[in-house]
Write a protein that binds this ligand. Structure first.
Ligand code: URA
Length: 235
């Protein structure tokens, strides 16, 4: 059973500041299971306890959506005892949710990664059936084969038999390309670029559907987005 401090629960689920919440609690405006509580550090179970502020039930946000600008060198795994994972970057205030990453970015890949506790949403984003486009910017070396754009546009079968859907390749600068894919097979972008003669030096995801990485979100930082914004991935 997950527990959380009463003041933290109220700050996550109301528009009140922490100090306003503490004042409200001290004034006896908050009850838990119909009993007035004066201790804002009380641990409550958001799934089981009924919290009221001035007689109004405060619902626990069921689903939460976080957007991370993933830095290089961090694993996209759940939790790992010895190595840092993206979940270690989640701010304390969100840690009591059962969070997981939506899909995976390689350890050395940077950029947009969604973190949520909404399993259905994650499943829909990842499923190739949803046809969600993802844009990656890669810096590359090597000489691309002449018809690289059309080869990838037709879809390729990699040496190990992996069949890849059509992908869009755009040359942005001599050493920089944008690749757009609608699935997420193992090392897909690196392998697609390798298929047409390009080695990947850096890889950065900047878009999923209509959801783009905000310019002002620094590497390693996380921002909460509301469900409407999270659903932009399907638009
Ligand atoms: N494709 C890759 O090769 N690596 C990633 O991290 C994501 C897509």
């Amino acid at each position: 059973m997950k527990t959380v401090r009463l003041d933290k629960f109220l700050s996550e689920n109301t528009a009140l500041s922490r100090s306003q919440i503490r004042t409200a609690v001290k004034r006896g405006e908050v009850s838990v299971n119909e009993k007035v509580i004066y201790d804002f550090s009380l641990k409550i179970s958001p799934d089981e306890d009924s919290v009221c502020l001035n007689g109004e039930i405060i619902n626990n946000k069921k689903f939460i959506y976080l957007l991370l600008n993933k830095p290089s060198g961090i694993l996209t795994a759940s939790r790992d005892k010895s190595r840092e994972t993206v979940l270690d970057l989640v701010p304390e205030e969100f840690k009591h949710y059962d969070l997981f990453a939506v899909g995976r970015l390689d350890k050395d890949t940077t950029g947009l990664l969604l973190i949520t506790n909404d399993g259905d949403y994650a499943h829909r984003v990842i499923s190739p059936k949803s046809n969600v486009e993802k844009d990656y910017i890669a810096t590359v070396d090597g000489t691309p084969q002449k018809n690289a754009v059309s080869v990838l546009a037709e879809g390729v079968t990699l040496a190990d038999g992996t069949v890849c859907r059509p992908a869009k390749l755009e040359f942005l600068k001599d050493d920089t390309v944008r690749v757009t894919i609608t699935e997420g097979k193992y090392h897909q972008v690196k392998r697609l670029l390798g298929f047409v003669g390009l080695g990947v030096k850096t890889l950065h995801r900047e878009r999923i559907g209509s959801l783009c990485l905000p310019d002002n979100l620094k590497a390693g930082s996380i921002t909460e987005i509301n469900s409407d914004t999270a659903m932009l991935v399907f638009k």
